[in-house]
Design a protein around this ligand. Structure first.
Ligand code: ATP
Ligand code: MG
Length: 589
C-alpha cells in the first residue's frame, strides 16, 4: 500500500549506456535498482525492487518450508580457518572470488572472507550439535547476501558481486535419505520457478568448485544466458554444455595411402591443414598443450589429443585433472618444451612431466594426419601403434554440440538453447563433512561423516531473468505473483475533486480487501502516470477519469488488450476476479 505522492519515486527516459541486457535497462529505467557509485556488480535495491524480492523470498520460503527445511541465518564474515579446514581457502583466494579482510594490522591480525557460499559455516554450526543418526536427516537454509568478486559482473542483477541467494544444506545418514531430499528439492525448485512465472528447464550440470556427485541446474531460457544447454526431446535429455555428452559422428572416409611426412608450411588451423593435405578434418588428430594449475602443487603440462572437428571441453578437463584451472600453453612454452610453433606438436611430444590424455574421438581413429614435433610438416595416414604413435589414456574431453546425435536416442540430434542459471542442486556426499569432521554415531555406534546436499537459488538474479522473459516495448510485465504491486490506482486528474475523492475511497476499499495497491495520487498528467505504470509493470490498472461522471471506472490488464469500463461500485469484485484469473493462469502454465 503506497501513495506515490509521498514516495521516493522516479523513472528514467533512457537507460544508461552501459546497460546491454533488456532486463538491466528496464530495471534501471524503472528505478528498481541503482549501481552504488557506478561500481560494477554492486546494486542498491530500491523500494519497488525490495517488494519484488520479498515476494520471491516468500514463495521460495513457502516451498522450502513445505519440504520440512528450517530457516536459519549464518555469518557472512567468516574466519579463514574454516575455509582452510575444507581446503577451499586456496581455491577461492587464488581464483580471486573471495573478498578478503583482516581484523587488524601485522602478524596478529586474523584473516576473514566474506561468504561466497556457506558449506563451511554450516558444517561448523552442525558439528557442534550433531551426535547421533537419530537426529538425521535435517535441512537448514537461509536467504542472505553473498559476496563474490566475479571477474565479469554484468547484466545488472544477473551477475553481481553482492547478491542475494537462498542456500540450503541437508544432512543425512544414508545415500537413500540424501536421494529423497534431492528429489524433494527438485520438485520444490520446479514449483517455485513456475510460481514466479519463469520459462525454465532443469538440466544435468557440472558440480564445479563446490564439488560432489550428481547435480542439476534450473535454467531460465533466454538469449542473453551465459550458459549453453543441449537437449534432446526424444530422450528427455538436457544438460549444460559443460557436462553434456553426445555421440560423435564417424570420421569421413579417406582413400588408401601410406604413412608419410608432408610439408604444411605456416598453417595455423586444422582447416588449412585439411585443405593443404587433402584430408578430411575428421581424420586429423589435434595435439593441444595445456597447463594445469593446482592450489597447492606446481603447474603441470597436459597434452590433450582430440579429433580435428571437435573442441576440448575445459570443464571436463579440469574435473579429470582435479585442478583449479587450465590454460593453453603459450608459444614460448611450446618453443621451450617441444621446440615447435603451435599446430606442429605431435601426440608423442617429449614434454617433461606431461600428463597425456586422449578424447574418445581419437580412439580407434585410423589413417589420420597429425603433428610430428617439427615445424611446418605433418604426417598423413598415421595409425596408433605404428611409427611410435601410442594412444594415451582415453577419457571424455569432448564438447558436445547442437547437431550431434543424442547418446540416449541415437536417431535424434541435440538442440541448443541459451540459459540463465536460476538455481543449482548438488549431492555433496562427504566432501565437506569429512574434512570438517561433521560426524554422527551410526546404529552400531561407529562415527561416520554425515552425507550432505546443497541447494542454491539466485534470489536477486531471478527477477532479472523474469524481466528478460517478460516485457514489451512499454516496459516490464511482472507476473502477478511477484509484481511489486498487484494494482495501480490512477486518478486521471487529482485537481478534479470528484476524481480525487472517489479515488481515495476506492484506495481505502482495495487496501481493506488486502489488494496490494499503488496509489498514483501525484499531480501529474494521466499520460505520464500511464507510462510510468506500464514501465514499472504493474499487472492491473484502475483509472478514474471523465467516465466517473457516468459512474464508471476503467480497468486494464497490463499487456492484456483493451481496457474495460465497469461501474465504480463493482470495481472491487472485478479486480478480485482478474487477480484470481491472473494467478490461476500463472499456476496452470
Ligand atoms: P554461475 O555459473 O552463474 O556463476 P554458480 O554456479 O557460481 O553460478 P552457485 O554457486 O550454484 O552459482 O549459486 C547458486 C545460485 O546463485 C545460482 O544458481 C545463481 O542463480 C545465483 N548466483 C550465483 N552467482 C551469482 C552472481 N554473481 N550474481 C547473482 N546471482 C548469482
Ligand atoms: Mg559462479
Amino acid at each position: 500500500m503506497t501513495r506515490l505522492s509521498s514516495s521516493f519515486f522516479y523513472t528514467l527516459r533512457e537507460a544508461p549506456a552501459e546497460a546491454v541486457a533488456i532486463s538491466h535497462k528496464l530495471l534501471l529505467r524503472a528505478g528498481f535498482i541503482r549501481p552504488l557509485a557506478g561500481t560494477a556488480g554492486l546494486y542498491a535495491y530500491g523500494p519497488l525492487m525490495q517488494r519484488v524480492l520479498q515476494k520471491v523470498g516468500r514463495i521460495v520460503r513457502e516451498e522450502m518450508d513445505a519440504t520440512g527445511a528450517q530457516e536459519a541465518l549464518f555469518c557472512q564474515l567468516q574466519p579463514a580457518e574454516i575455509w582452510r579446514e575444507s581446503g577451499r581457502w586456496a581455491v577461492y583466494t587464488q581464483d580471486g572470488t573471495m573478498f578478503m579482510l583482516k581484523d587488524g594490522q601485522g602478524e596478529q591480525a586474523r584473516e576473514y572472507g566474506l561468504g561466497p557460499t556457506h558449506e563451511e559455516a554450516v558444517c561448523d554450526f552442525v558439528r557442534a550439535g550433531l551426535h547421533s543418526y537419530k537426529q538425521l536427516p535435517f535441512h537448514l537454509y537461509q536467504v542472505q547476501t553473498k559476496f563474490r568478486n566475479e571477474k565479469r559482473p554484468r547484466f545488472g542483477l544477473m551477475r553481481g558481486r553482492e547478491f542475494i541467494m537462498k542456500d540450503g544444506y541437508s544432512f543425512h545418514a544414508t545415500p537413500e535419505s540424501l536421494g529423497e531430499t534431492y528429489q524433494a528439492m527438485y520438485r520444490a525448485y520446479t514449483n517455485m520457478f513456475r510460481r514466479c512465472g519463469l520459462n525454465f528447464r532443469a538440466v544435468e550440470a557440472d558440480s564445479g568448485a563446490i564439488g560432489g556427485s550428481g547435480s542439476h541446474e534450473f535454467m531460465a531460457l533466454c538469449d542473453i544466458g551465459e550458459d549453453t544447454i543441449l537437449y534432446c526431446d526424444a530422450a528427455g535429455y538436457a544438460a549444460n554444455v559443460e557436462k553434456a555428452v553426445s555421440l560423435v559422428s564417424d570420421p569421413e572416409a579417406i582413400g588408401p595411402g601410406s604413412y608419410a611426412v608432408k610439408p604444411t608450411p605456416g598453417i595455423r588451423t586444422v582447416e588449412q591443414q585439411a585443405a593443404m593435405l587433402g584430408v578430411p578434418i575428421s581424420r586429423i588428430v589435434k595435439n593441444i598443450v595445456y597447463v594445469a594449475l593446482y592450489a597447492e602443487a606446481d603447474p603441470r603440462p597436459v597434452l590433450v589429443l582430440i579429433r580435428g572437428d571437435r573442441q576440448v571441453n575445459e570443464t571436463k578437463l579440469k574435473n579429470r585433472l582435479d585442478c583449479l584451472d587450465v590454460r593453453l600453453a603459450t608459444e614460448a612454452e611450446l618453443a621451450a618444451w617441444v621446440g615447435v610453433k603451435p599446430g606442429f606438436v605431435g601426440p608423442d611430444a617429449p614434454i617433461a612431466g606431461v600428463i597425456r590424455l586422449a578424447d574418445h574421438s581419437v580412439d580407434g581413429l585410423t589413417d589420420f594426419s597429425t603433428g610430428c614435433n617439427q615445424d611446418d610438416v605433418q604426417c598423413v595416414w598415421a595409425n596408433w601403434g605404428e611409427n611410435g604413435l601410442v594412444l594415451p589414456e582415453v577419457t571424455d574431453l569432448d564438447t558436445a554440440q547442437a547437431g550431434d546425435r543424442c547418446h540416449l536416442a541415437p536417431e535424434a540430434t541435440l538442440q541448443s538453447a541459451r540459459g540463465v542459471e536460476l538455481g543449482h542442486i548438488f549431492k555433496l556426499g562427504a566432501k565437506y563433512s569429512r574434512p570438517m569432521q561433521v560426524l554422527f554415531a551410526d546404529e552400531t555406534g561407529e562415527l561416520q561423516p554425515a552425507l550432505m546436499g546443497c541447494y542454491g537459488v539466485g534470489i536477486s538474479r531471478l527477477p532479472a531473468a523474469v524481466v528478460e522473459q517478460s516485457h514489451d516495448n512499454d516496459g516490464i510485465l511482472w507476473p502477478i505473483a511477484i509484481a511489486p504491486y498487484q494494482l495501480v490506482l490512477v486518478p486521471a486528474n487529482v485537481a478534479v475533486e470528484a476524481q480525487r475523492q472517489a479515488a481515495e475511497e476506492l484506495y481505502g476499499t482495495l487496501t481493506a480487501a488486502g489488494i496490494d495497491t499503488l496509489f498514483d495520487d501525484r499531480p501529474e498528467r494521466a499520460g505520464v502516470k500511464f507510462k510510468d505504470a506500464d514501465l514499472i509493470g504493474i499487472p492491473l490498472r484502475v483509472t478514474l477519469g471523465r467516465d466517473l461522471e457516468a459512474g464508471l471506472v476503467e480497468i486494464k490488464v497490463r499487456g492484456g488488450g483493451e481496457a474495460q469500463k465497469v461501474p465504480l461500485a463493482e470495481a472491487l469484485v472485478q479486480v478480485k476476479g482478474l487477480i484470481e484469473r491472473l494467478n490461476s493462469a500463472q499456476r496452470s502454465r
